[in-house]
Design a binder for this molecule. Structure first.
Ligand code: SF4
Ligand code: SF4
Ligand code: SF4
Length: 159
């Protein structure tokens, strides 16, 4: 098994890396996580997968995070912050492949969004979506978008 410190030095992320809500900073996480898989097995939606180096990460193409906190409860290590703090800074962002931008009607993302964070504005063509501050970054809309136009980003970079 690769030592966590060595793993951190070797690791050069090629894609956005998402971990569980309410988690400590990444540098503490890779030092303390034992890669026991308890969170992977406890996750009610299946969004947690065993990722690079055996560390748990979230795959939003599989599912969304319901913020059920089962990962937090199952983890035997001091890796999770109090539930009173914000779970994470992620917010969804709409890209240019969004179908209504090409005049094609689509509301698949809004249908998936429990937080009702996607609003549509009527236009002469297709109604255009806008993301509101109510977005929780749950990821439910990502796999539902036929144009693959939705991605998650830290809040300040999301708009
Ligand atoms: S909060 Fe629940 S749904 Fe979200 S990653 Fe943890 S176990 Fe999975
Ligand atoms: S339950 Fe905790 S220690 Fe085990 S893999 Fe998940 S985050 Fe790491
Ligand atoms: S990430 Fe979740 S809350 Fe945000 S727009 Fe998508 S479905 Fe709605």
């Amino acid at each position: 098994m690769t030592h966590p410190r060595l793993w951190r030095r070797l690791k050069t992320p090629q894609r956005p890396l998402f971990r569980m809500p309410h988690l400590v900073e990444e540098r503490h996480f890779v030092e303390l996580c034992t890669r026991c898989d308890a969170c992977v097995e406890a996750c009610e939606t299946g969004v947690i997968v065993r990722g690079d180096g055996g560390f748990p990460e979230l795959d939003f193409q599989r599912a969304e995070c319901s913020f059920c906190e089962a990962c937090n409860t199952a983890c035997p290590e001091p890796l999770f912050l109090p539930k009173s703090v914000a779970p994470w800074p992620y917010r969804a962002r709409l890209g240019e492949s969004c179908l209504p931008l090409s005049g094609i009607e689509c509301r698949s993302c809004a249908d998936a969004c429990e937080a009702q964070a996607i609003r549509f504005t009527p236009t002469a063509g297709a109604a255009l979506p806008t993301l509101t501050e109510d977005c929780t970054g749950c990821g439910a809309c990502l796999p539902r978008c036929p144009g693959q136009a939705l991605t998650l980003h830290p809040k300040g970079e999301a708009q």
